[in-house]
Each structure stands twice: as C-alpha cells, then as structure tokens.
Design a protein around this ligand. Structure first.
Ligand code: CA
Length: 468
C-alpha cells in the first residue's frame, strides 16, 4: 500500500487563481499561506479557478485549505474541468483542511473551480497529492445481520447482496408500484426493470390517514417481491397531528412542524411520546403484513437526519440516535419484525447509532444535472464510519452514476435507488422518459451494463444460500 503524506503535496495559492464575480484577494485574516486568500463568495457565480499541473495519470486527493467567515458550517461546490467532484466543507474560523479524496486526473493541466454554494468562506490554497490505495477489506463486509432473529428471507437476500458487493451494483428506482410511471418509463427505454423498487410508508402515518390518505405501497411491495424483485422502504414520518404547524401533507419537514423530539425523549412531553409510539404501532402493522407475506425489506427509517430538514433530525444527533434505537428495539423486540435489513441513513459519523443497530450504510446524493461521477469521496466517507465494514449504498440519487467511473474509482456502491418524478420523467404526467437529470444514453449504459443487476438478473432469492 502506498502511503503519501501532505508534506509531499503540490501547493497552489487561491489568490493566484482567476477570480469571478465578487471574489477578491484579501490578507487581513491571519494564518494564510502565500500572499493572501480569496474571499467574497456571496452570490451565485462567485468563484475562483486554479489551474494545476499533474505529471502522471492517477488518483489524487485535493485539500482546500479554507476558513468559514463567522465560524458556521459551510459547503461550497468544487468542479474539475467543469465536472462536479463534491463540496468543500469547513466550520472553523481559522484556516483548516477540507479534503476530497480519490479524484482521477490524467497527466496535464486541470482547472479546479470552487464556487459559491453556501458561500462565506476564505480560501487560502489547494494542496494536491497522490491518493493512498483503497483498502480492499472495505468490501469484506460483516455477513451477519444485526438482528440475531432475522428471517430466512432477510438472510438470503442479504447473503446475495454481500456476494454481489464490490463486483456488481444493484439497480433501484423509487416508483409508485411495480408498473409505476418511472418503472414503466425505464422499461420502455431499456427493456429492463430495476432490481429494487423503492417505496414509502408515508401514507400510513396516522396524521395523514386522518386527512384521508390511503396507503397502497404494501400491496406494491408484495407484488414486486412475487415478481422476483427486491423492496426498499423509507418512511416520511408525518408528525402526529398535534405537532403540525403547516400544511398537513408536509408534516415530515421540520419547518411544517413544531415537534420537539428532545423534549419528548427526555420525559418533558409524555403525550408526545405516546403519540410517537402510536405512529410506530401503525407502521409496525404494515411491516408485519409484509413479514407474513415472506417479504424482506431494505428498511431505511429516519432518513437524511443530519441535514435537519426532517423533524427527526432537528433536535441533533443524540435525540435522533435515541429515537433510532427506540424504533429498532420496538420493531425488533416488541413486534418481532425480523424481515427488516436496517439501512442507516443519518449521513454523518456523529449520528451513527452503533454497529449493533445497522446492517447497511446509505447515503443520498443529488449532485445536479447530468453529473455521472461516482461520488467517490462520499463513498469513502461512508465506508469510514464503521470498523465493522458495513455495505455502502446510494440509498437515493438524482442522476445515475457511470458504472465505468465507479469501478475505476473503486466506489462500487452496493445499490443505487433513483428518486421519482422529474429525476426520471418529463413533467407531462405520463411515463415519458425525461433527460433533465440522466440522459437516455447514460440510462441505457447503466441498465445494459453487465455489472449492473436489473430485476431479470436476480436469482430466485427465496432459495439463495445463506452464507455467514
Ligand atoms: Ca494563500
């Protein structure tokens, strides 16, 4: 294994770059290198481009030495030669490292551009060094599900996924049922259905049922499983009626609720606790129907928590972890739901509840339009969270990624699951494929790639051998 360190890095000063918009060179903050730093990332389009020289083809780590104006957490966009490669992230008000790992660069010059996303940073310099090799053991995942009583069906499915992990990528799509518009659209273009159907427990939330919602995803799940497919679930948990402060059907968003999760969990709101337990009861009833029908579920509750835009993430990591573990305990031990493969989607190491509650680590990424990179840096961040080597999946995505890039970079996500609506469809209300996010050529490339598993490629999962 090669080990490079940052002392050997090439250093490029941001202040020597080409500045756009409000960006300007300053030198009043202390601790910078060179002759100054670039600030003024305030409006869309404000950016700096730095040209770097690479001597040989390979993978490189880029360190964006920067500081946050005011010390709040900030993310800003990075492109290489116009392609999105990720974001810089910084919270410190002093100059500090923000590293993007394993970006493939060919010999020659490349243009690195940092542009305003959240803005408000001071960018000092960009360091460039060879990447270390990926530790191949990240693909040797723990093959035992965290629930010791997991059903045979869940164990068979997970064994299959472990066998595929690292050498194949399982396709997935969120759609309203087996013949939902997105699925039909993809089938019409490629002749293939996604291996995984992504569904939602949202409409079974009691505060939606009270407004007339009728869930039907359980029927879709059973149908897809019986057609030889795999089922994944999230739960846009509509908060109990009492806590809805905006439109009822947006009651999973923090801004449409006034629920205080920390207060509920530390005993200051007993009624709230009871209401949450009743909601869990309602969802457990649906999951039980699926268990009785022999359907294992890739179960991804309390998703995207660290973003804070959903109420279950709005009280910080401790309340979230407490709720996650409570949910795990109730569903597993009280309801005996053993058909669940637990996909943790907290998206930040501080939010990780522990290996004993997690089978798979999922990340949701929406990098923009026609961005086909493999999001390698995020894959490696996800892979670094557990020493138990959990499987890493792209639990939601906007664009598809190019499988060639994923295998080149060593970022072979266990599965992807493209979100619904405009990410696949034209906005005409029909099943017409829309190219806003993923062009037809790339859709075809992905679904026809022999390393990408579609529904037809799946073996009979009801007899797949369990291997621990
Ligand atoms: Ca500098």
């Amino acid at each position: 294994m090669n080990t490079y360190n940052w002392e050997e890095a090439d250093v490029y000063e941001a202040e020597d770059g080409v500045l756009f918009g409000n960006c300007k060179v300053a030198n009043t903050a202390s601790g910078f290198g060179g002759t100054g730093y670039v600030e003024g990332f305030t409006d869309d389009g404000d950016s700096v481009t730095v040209t770097i020289e690479i001597s040989e083809d390979g993978f490189y780590d880029l360190d964006f030495v920067s500081a946050s104006s005011g010390g709040d957490y900030k993310e800003n966009n990075v492109t290489v030669d116009g392609e999105s490669v990720g974001v810089t992230s910084v919270q410190s008000s002093t100059f500090t490292d923000s590293i993007l790992e394993r970006i493939y660069l060919t010999a020659g010059t490349h243009e690195i551009n940092i542009s305003k996303y959240w803005g408000w940073i001071m960018l000092d310099e960009i360091k460039v060094k060879h990447s270390d090799d990926i530790d191949p053991s990240i693909y040797e995942v723990n093959r035992t599900l965290c629930n010791p009583n997991a059903t045979e069906e869940a164990q068979r499915l997970y064994s299959y996924m472990c066998d595929m992990y690292g050498n194949h990528i399982i396709s997935g799509q969120v759609s309203d049922g087996m013949y939902g518009l997105e699925n039909t659209s993809i089938y019409n273009e490629t002749g293939e259905y996604p291996a995984i159907l992504g569904l939602d427990m949202m409409e079974y939330s009691p505060s939606r049922v009270a407004h007339g919602s009728v869930g039907n995803s359980v029927e879709s799940a059973i149908g897809y499983w019986n057609q030889g497919g795999i089922v994944a679930y999230c739960w846009h948990w509509n908060a109990p009626e009492k806590y809805l402060s905006g439109v009822w059907y947006s009651g999973f968003y923090t801004e449409h609720t006034n629920i205080d999760l920390a207060k509920i969990l530390n005993g200051q709101d007993d009624e709230g606790y009871e209401l949450l337990m009743q909601d869990i009861d309602a969802i457990a009833t649906q999951l039980k129907i699926l268990q009785d029908a022999g359907v294992p579920i890739l179960w991804r509750p309390l998703h995207e928590a660290s973003g804070g835009w959903f109420w279950w993430g709005a009280s910080g990591p401790d309340a979230y972890k407490q709720l996650y573990i409570l949910l795990y305990d109730k569903l597993t031990n009280e309801y005996g739901l053993n058909n669940l493969i637990w996909v943790w989607n907290g998206q930040s190491a501080d939010w990780y509840p522990g290996d004993e509650y997690v089978d798979i680590i999922g990340w949701d990424i929406y990098p923009g339009e026609h961005v086909y990179t493999a999001q390698t840096n995020t894959f490696l961040e996800a892979a670094s969270i557990s020493e138990d080597h959990k499987m890493i999946v792209l639990s939601e995505n906007g664009c598809l990624f190019d499988p060639d890039l994923a295998f080149r970079d060593g970022a072979t996500w266990g599965y992807f699951c493209t979100w619904c609506g405009e990410f696949v469809l034209k906005s005409d209300g029909f099943n017409t494929y829309g190219e806003k996010y993923t062009e037809k050529d790339m859709l075809m490339k992905v679904y026809r790639d022999e390393r990408v598993i579609t529904r037809d490629d799946l073996p009979d999962l009801t007899t797949y051998p369990i291997n621990k």
